[in-house]
Design a protein around this ligand. Sequence first.
Ligand code: FNR
Length: 368
Amino acid sequence: KQQLKLFTPLTIRGLTLKNRIVAPPMCMYSCDDGFVTDWHLVHLGSLATRGVGLVIAEATGVLANGRISPNCAGLWRDEHIPSWKRIVDFAHSQNTAIGIQLAHAGRKASTYPPFLQGTQGQRNKVLPDDGGWENVWGPTNECWDETHVQPHEMTVDQIHEVTQAFVESAHRADKAGFDVVEIHGAHGYMISSFLSPIVNKRTDQYGGSFANRIRLLVEVVTAVRHVWPQDKPLFVRVSASDWVEGGWDGDQTVELARHLQPLGVDLLDCSSGGNSPQQAIKAGPLFQVPFSAQVKKALPNFLTGTVGIITTGHEAESVLQESGADIIMVGRALLRNPNWALDAANGFNVFVKWPQQYELARQRLPKL
Ligand code: FNR
């Protein structure tokens, strides 16, 4: 009988995750001026009490203009640290590791949260009256689509400013006590847009060739690794495919992984899409597993994560057994059922600790 992997601890540098189930970053659009609120304490806290090995907090702006919406989280000021620390301390009190995804939204910044819209009915471009901003930055001045704010093509100085902002935010994340930093290099946001050959049409050292397109991410990772403690893991999330002919793809992801591993990146979190309205995403159960599996096959000693419509414990376990990934991220299924990990343990007859306050509600395991 094969050993169950889902509930086998995983040690990465000085951090041991109690199992391989991870809550991926999910924007809550519930902040005020970048400050996380009671909503985040309750939301992230409830995940932390219920059995996952690691909770990763949502895309968090390293600069104010790098937020996706005016309601997104931030870590661009020291003042943001205490509200995060309260959440981190709570997760730790529950014996659960907690990470944060550091992000710059690039040309997809200043949009409305999905559950709101502008006072004039518009979905994207947030009006200044609604807290929007005009200094939206992209690799070029091309819009994602006409409903988005017109981006400004970044100067090299602005690119360096973004790298420095990632560094300073990582330093603040350490002060808040986070165990993991994940750099957001996916979904068409700034770093992702620089990687993509269909978006990044720059003609300087940050565009064109593969080496030039990955330069921003390489510089961010190198600089962040310098300030992020050696005993703490660094993850990178990428979109492994643009789902567009001639766009970023799995082979380039493997090539990128070869560059990132020696820089001290510990895990590549393989998502996809977000760079083009023309994307033809073929979504379905486990649809992004082949991307992480491709990286694992090429670089067996590099950890990967997979995410995307993984909804049962048995699916998650099968991915690990077939070397599709080293950690399994469960997003919407955890929003539907925050007890997902505890239920999965029960389904496998694995005994995991419940919060003592809930112990009387545990479904009794059959006598072994
Ligand atoms: C997301 N996703 C996401 N991804 C990311 O890298 N940073 C983020 O902040 C967010 N925000 C976010 C909010 C909400 C409400 C959802 C549902 C999703 C994507 C998420 O991390 C995950 O990759 C997808 O949801 C796919 O996984 P599931 O939900 O099919 O398990």
